[in-house]
Design a protein around this ligand. Structure first.
Ligand code: GLU
Length: 293
């Protein structure tokens, strides 16, 4: 069966896969298979200080133990800097990106001066200080000039979504003050370069989607279909992560791990083997309807 569908799993190699990340991996694999499409793996190692040496190999081995093998060789974002630079250059040439001299403190002070004090736990929207130029201050980061207006999109599980990116987030960072590429730029450039038609990932990333759509539009790139999967919660009610005790996936019992991930996705219990389980889940995959908004 041929299909234009191309999906991906894009783990950050900050540690081994755990029960939560396996849900996103399994969902993206099942969605690709159910659509007769291709499934890719991209190692998102741009945030180098957070990456753990060897975690990429561990993740690939864990996926393989679960029967989830990419249809093309994996890609590493750390080897793709030229693509990110070319995208930034295009945005700068079109005056859609600009250098920013602000430190975190500068941003807080500017917001306070506008009567918008800092709200704990919320990243404050960028107040636009450097939109009109640096006025002699040294450039630190690069930001996207976010156009006014509400971004609407439809998630295949969560339904209609919207965000006013300009008011809620402001001009967001494309290249960080430490010189590293921001996740938003790398993910948008890579999804387009790899021809990704369907993004399936954890719900914790859903609120990044409108920023990615704004960036796709600025770069003249297509917007894939999005499906955000349920999260596995830790005992403290937060998303399961290394910080709140997520255990690395036990590859000695991959069938049990897959069964637990399938249950989060509303799928029935595993069969006798990995192959039989995956085949049954592909047949029962509830998200066959794909929408491109
Ligand atoms: N690298 C991101 C993460 O592991 C996922 C990015 C994505 O799927 O868009 O959280």
């Amino acid at each position: 069966m041929t299909s234009g569908y191309r999906g991906r799993f894009a783990p950050s190699p900050t540690g081994p896969l755990h029960a939560g990340s396996l849900v996103a991996a399994l969902a993206s694999w099942l969605d690709a298979r159910a659509h007769g499409g291709h499934w890719l793996v991209r190692i998102e190692d741009v945030d180098t200080p957070r990456c753990v040496p060897g975690a990429d190999a561990t993740i690939l081995a864990q996926l393989a133990a679960c029967g989830l093998v990419a249809d093309e060789p994996p890609q590493w974002q750390s080897r793709r800097a030229a693509l990110y630079q070319a995208a930034l250059d295009r945005l700068v040439a079109a005056d859609q990106a600009y250098p920013c001299a602000c430190s975190r403190k500068d941003i807080e002070d500017a917001l306070a001066a506008q009567g918008r004090p800092r709200v704990r736990g919320h990243e404050a929207p960028y107040p636009g200080t450097c939109r009109g130029g640096l006025h002699g201050r040294p450039a630190r980061a690069w930001r996207l000039r976010v156009p006014d207006g509400v971004v609407h999109w439809t998630d295949r599980r969560l339904g209609p979504q919207q965000q006013d990116v300009a008011r809620g987030v402001g001009d967001f960072v494309l290249r960080r003050a430490d010189g590293l590429w921001a996740y938003q730029l790398a993910v948008v450039v890579d999804d387009a370069d790899q021809g990704i038609t369907h993004v399936v990932r954890g719900e914790d990333l859903a609120d990044n989607t409108p920023r990615q759509i704004v960036l796709q539009r600025a770069l003249g790139l297509p917007t894939p279909a999005y499906l955000h999967t349920p999260l596995v919660l830790a005992d403290d009610g937060e998303k399961l992560s290394k910080q709140n005790g997520a255990q690395p996936l036990d590859v000695t019992t991959p069938l049990a791990a897959l069964g637990a991930a399938a249950a989060v996705l509303g799928l029935p219990a595993q069969a006798a083997t990995i192959a039989a389980s995956l085949a049954a889940w592909v047949r029962q995959w509830p998200f066959l309807q794909s929408r491109r908004d």
